[in-house]
Write a protein that binds this ligand. Structure first.
Ligand SMILES: Nc1nc2c(ncn2[C@@H]2O[C@H](COP(=O)(O)OP(=O)(O)OP(=O)(O)O)[C@@H](O)[C@H]2O)c(=O)[nH]1
Ligand SMILES: [Mg+2]
Length: 297
């Protein structure tokens, strides 16, 4: 174990000096290591981007990245791939549409597959973001497909959250139901070049206005045509991260770590088999897991 951690520390040092391959390997190591590495950067800046499949998150992130690079920032993008059949497996990073290749070494894009990882990858996003920050990446963006509660939860790990919706009213209702509208710091309605987007934006504004003290803006953008991007950047940069977000982040980290501990528990299969043949009850299963979890890995 000590060997494994020292390998990670070594990779971090190399990655800090600007070695891309080491950075890539570092992210892989953080994903695969048995223990969650403890990295901490005081100057971390993260943005979670969530929204329904196909709403244009990657295209929009490409636009944001270009704008940031133009103003001297360096942008690291982690695209969480829940292996959704809609987004088509682990090709999310490829779909981040960069504005030309001139951004070069100022942008780092990495797709993180979560589908087949026992216990999921979500708690590891946190140390990955801290490692990226320690390596000098000043804007760290985490894209997740907002198809379910767990994906929304991952997005909530970031310091600020951007919800990207499309003109489809159904998607917006979905986001409302999952409580993501409440979690979002900035809301963008993308595809303003298509009919229906303005109406969608209006209907979101109406639902936000139901609460008097809600000053959040709903910004109409077209990632395809590059419309509204500056306004969106300024909303993202100036949004006050909601009070209590730190508590929310820590809650999510704890829950995700706990889930991960549970799923990777060495006796989990045995306990599930016992549950299946009714030789133990669910209460007994929980008791068994609870007593052995401190030594679980
Ligand atoms: N008309 C229009 N199409 C757009 C716009 N932004 C993105 N698209 C298109 O919408 C499709 C999905 O774009 P992506 O950026 O891959 O969307 P995404 O939300 O990242 O998709 P997933 O990661 O699969 O959930 C692509 O065909 C884009 O070209 C826009 O502003 N207007
Ligand atoms: Mg995408």
């Amino acid at each position: 174990m000590a060997l494994e951690l020292s390998k990670i520390d070594k990779l971090l040092e190399l990655a800090k000096s600007g070695d891309r391959r080491s950075l890539s390997r570092l992210i892989t190591e953080i994903a695969d290591s048995e223990k969650t590495p403890k990295f901490h950067s005081d100057s971390i800046w993260t943005l979670g981007v969530t929204g329904p499949p196909g709403s244009g998150k990657s295209t929009l992130i490409g636009r944001l990245a270009k704008q940031w690079v133009d103003t001297g920032e360096s942008v690291a993008i982690l695209a969480l791939d829940p292996s959704s059949p809609i987004s088509g497996g682990s090709f999310l990073a490829d779909r981040i549409r960069m504005e030309g290749s001139d951004m070069g070494d100022k942008v780092f894009v990495r797709s993180i597959a979560s589908g087949n990882t026992p216990g999921g990858i979500s708690p590891r996003i946190w140390p990955m973001c801290h490692a990226l920050s320690l390596c000098g990446w000043s804007r760290i963006v985490v894209e997740t497909v907002g198809t379910g509660q767990s994906e929304f939860r991952i997005a909530a790990l970031a310091d600020r959250l951007l919800l990207v919706d499309g003109p489809d009213r159904g998607d917006i209702i979905q986001a409302e139901k999952a409580g993501i509208l409440e979690l979002a710091d900035v809301i963008a309605v993308n595809k303003s070049d298509l009919p229906g987007a303005a109406l969608s934006a209006q209907s979101i504004r109406t639902s936000l206005n139901l609460s008097d003290d809600d000053s959040r803006e709903v910004i109409l953008v077209s990632a395809l045509e590059g419309v509204g991007i500056e306004k969106l950047i300024s909303a993202i940069e100036s949004c006050e991260t909601q009070s209590g977000r730190n508590e929310m982040i820590m809650r999510e980290v704890l829950i995700s770590e706990w889930d991960s501990l549970l799923v990777s528990h060495p006796e989990i299969d045995e306990i599930i088999t016992k549950l299946c043949d009714s030789s133990i009850t669910i209460d007994e299963a929980i008791k068994l897991l609870r007593t052995s979890i401190p030594n679980g890995r």
